[in-house]
Design a binder for this molecule. Structure first.
Ligand SMILES: Nc1ncnc2c1ncn2[C@@H]1O[C@H](COP(=O)(O)OP(=O)(O)OP(=O)(O)O)[C@@H](O)[C@H]1O
Ligand SMILES: [Mg+2]
Length: 266
């Protein structure tokens, strides 16, 4: 399996008798943002768990295929060694240690390493998320949903990963907060980390990514440059909520009228 980035080749996964992924292949080149779109139950989280080697915590197992990073196999390593190899996951549902302080949550994300390395990582996440420096001594459970998502991302960054796996970071966040998370993903990527972003919010994901894959019932059904997918009728209809051109035009018209009415009222 070649490729200098993260390469997933012919990966199949089962949870007992349930087949969740069937021969999924994808690639996250170095310094790229790649997105995987798909509805509920498509297998998005399963894919990330298979890469981070956390499937067994959920009763799942890889039945065929493999994962490499820079040509090195990850698919026989325990989860902590995957992190050490350069792949950190932000799991679904922004799990933070609610009773621990923000600072201790971040400390938990720093995997070994020397003191100066940890200090540099902490400086970097505080720069990305100043609110986490302000709230360092506060219990994580008291943060807002958006701030908890920032903490979950920051914790993953404490391991200074080459590849960040993000599982639906915008889920349940208000549009403005989702935009802030998107800006942060862009910034993290600019600083040299590649990102595999799993999203139901296709509009947001396709804006961030250069390449996209569509996962349906455990199989990749479509892939290509993000801009091309964003323009395809199928993706527009199924993932961007565009019913058809006329309906879309009507909706726009209605929205425009409403905007005008609102202005008049003011
Ligand atoms: N722990 C588990 N045990 C058994 N089956 C599971 C488990 N987790 C997921 N599945 C099944 O595997 C399939 C893929 O689920 P997965 O959670 O990966 O989907 P998803 O794309 O992340 O969905 P969502 O958008 O709802 O998060 C589904 O059919 C789901 O029911
Ligand atoms: Mg999921």
């Amino acid at each position: 399996m070649g490729g200098s980035g993260l390469v997933v080749r012919d990966l199949s996964v089962g949870y007992g008798p349930v087949r969740a992924l069937r021969r999924v292949s994808l690639e996250v080149p170095e310094r790229a943002v790649v997105t995987v779109l798909g509805g509920n139950g498509a297998g998005k989280s399963t894919l990330l768990r298979a890469i981070s080697r956390t499937l067994s915590f959920h009763g799942g197992a890889v039945t065929e295929g493999g994962v490499t990073l820079g040509g090195r196999r990850l698919d026989r390593l325990p989860p902590d060694r995957v992190v050490a190899a350069g792949v950190s996951q932000v799991p679904e549902g922004r799990r933070v240690f609610a009773r621990m302080t923000v600072a201790d949550n971040l400390r938990a994300g720093a995997l070994g390493g020397d003191r100066s390395g940890r200090a540099a990582a902490l400086g970097r996440v505080h720069e990305l998320f100043p609110v986490l420096a302000e709230r360092a001594g506060q219990r994580a459970g008291l943060l807002s949903g958006g701030e908890q998502q920032m903490l979950a991302v920051a914790r993953a960054l404490m391991a200074a990963p080459k590849v960040l796996l993000l599982d639906e970071p915008s889920l349940g966040l208000a549009p403005l907060m989702a935009e802030r998370i998107a800006d942060t993903v862009r910034e993290i990527n600019t600083q040299g980390t590649s990102v595999l972003l799993v999203e139901q919010n296709a509009a947001l994901a396709l804006r961030l990514a250069t390449r996209a894959y569509v996962l349906e019932v455990g199989e990749v059904t479509l892939s290509g440059p993000a801009a091309e997918l964003a323009a395809s009728d199928e993706v527009r209809r199924r993932y961007l909520g565009v019913v058809d051109e006329d309906a879309a035009a009507d909706a726009e018209q209605t929205a425009a009228t409403r905007r005008t009415l609102t202005r008049w009222k003011g």
